[in-house]
Design a protein around this ligand. Sequence first.
Ligand SMILES: *[C@@H]1O[C@H](CO)[C@@H](O)[C@H](O)[C@H]1NC(C)=O
Ligand SMILES: *[C@@H]1O[C@H](CO)[C@@H](O)[C@H](O)[C@H]1NC(C)=O
Length: 388
Amino acid sequence: MMPDGYYSSKKSDDICEDVCGQQATCTALSMSRLRCLLQGLDLKTFIFLFVIVPTGIVGIYFHGQKITYFLRPLWQSPPKPFIEIPHYYHENVSMETLCKLHGWGIRDYPRRVFDAVLFSNEVDMLTIRWKELYPYISQFVLLESNSTFTGLPKPYYFAINRDQFKFVEPRLTYGTIGGRFRKGENPFVEEAYQRVALDQLLRIAGIEDDDMLIMSDVDEIPSSHTINLLRWCDNVPHILHLHLRNYLYSFEFHLDHKSWRASVHRYQKGKTRYAHYRQTDFRLADAGWHCSFCFRHIKEFIFKMKAYSHNDRVRFSHYLNPKRIQEVICNGADLYDMFPEEYTFKDIIGKLGPIPHSYSAVHLPAYLLNNADKYNYLLPGSCRREDG
Ligand SMILES: *[C@@H]1O[C@H](CO)[C@@H](O)[C@H](O)[C@H]1NC(C)=O
Ligand SMILES: *[C@@H]1O[C@H](CO)[C@@H](O)[C@H](O)[C@H]1NC(C)=O
């Protein structure tokens, strides 16, 4: 192939000579070569200045955030890995054996368990959560605000729907908190403010030292056998993160196994603070489900996209178009058209494109399967959502 390459480069030289240097005398030849070169450069500079630079600026203006996400492996290293605790469970294995398998002892009686959540509008997820955990919870603690994290007013949705939750009423501590409605503030500040109020509500609910406390979002649902294990066994780490299966939109789209924010604490007065970030290195494997954006109505997707901590990702108003949202859900695509949030290029590339459909509805919350008609939209094969 050498001759070919040589031929073509020779040919382009000839063209340049044709254009720039054809009538040049011998002495002027080097000058005209230089001019030829400069003219070539000029064109490149021209293209660079007037095409590439503006395209780049427009691109960064509209997609800067997206580009930053793609380049995340360059500027952020992954967090310290968790110390993974293997999780053993089968319904026919005794509690004594299960505790022993984890290297823990068994108690004479189980600890009391408090489940505390900050509620926004996730009525269906809350029902599935509370039905799943019901047998093992001493007090359900729920706080809601009339402000979203981004400072938008919202109704007290739990109060409006409270009659659907009669089954927990004798064990419920419910509180509301007025929003601060600060314009332009970082949404994480309002979130932190609401979590402090939840600490106070827990004390009102009567939590005491050594009680077990679940800290998680409404849509991070520990499986009931996990909570039963942790309340019966002794020598469980004082703080333990829960490794949850991550789903998006419904249990049809199994994203990964990486959810870790939910945690279980042995309560210590004056020390335990309600938090939703990394608090320890220990994590118990396969301890439940995290179903993000698992809403029944399209309008709830829009509300969540505008109202919570990542509203800056709504870069274009057409992202909130109901028809687009419905398509994104059925395709398992990304609502914000972002790159996957990962720490290595390998993981980003591995997750590019839509989430594959899953046809497994094995090991899901029992209440969901027992009421499959009502929660059809959360099960494989039914991605259409209700309008409005
Ligand atoms: C579980 O235990 C029950 C009652 O002891 C027994 O009938 C059943 O066969 C067991 N199932 C399995 C899968 O071991
Ligand atoms: C939010 O609740 C607080 C306290 O109950 C109340 O004073 C305030 O008017 C409410 N704001 C809105 C916008 O509903």
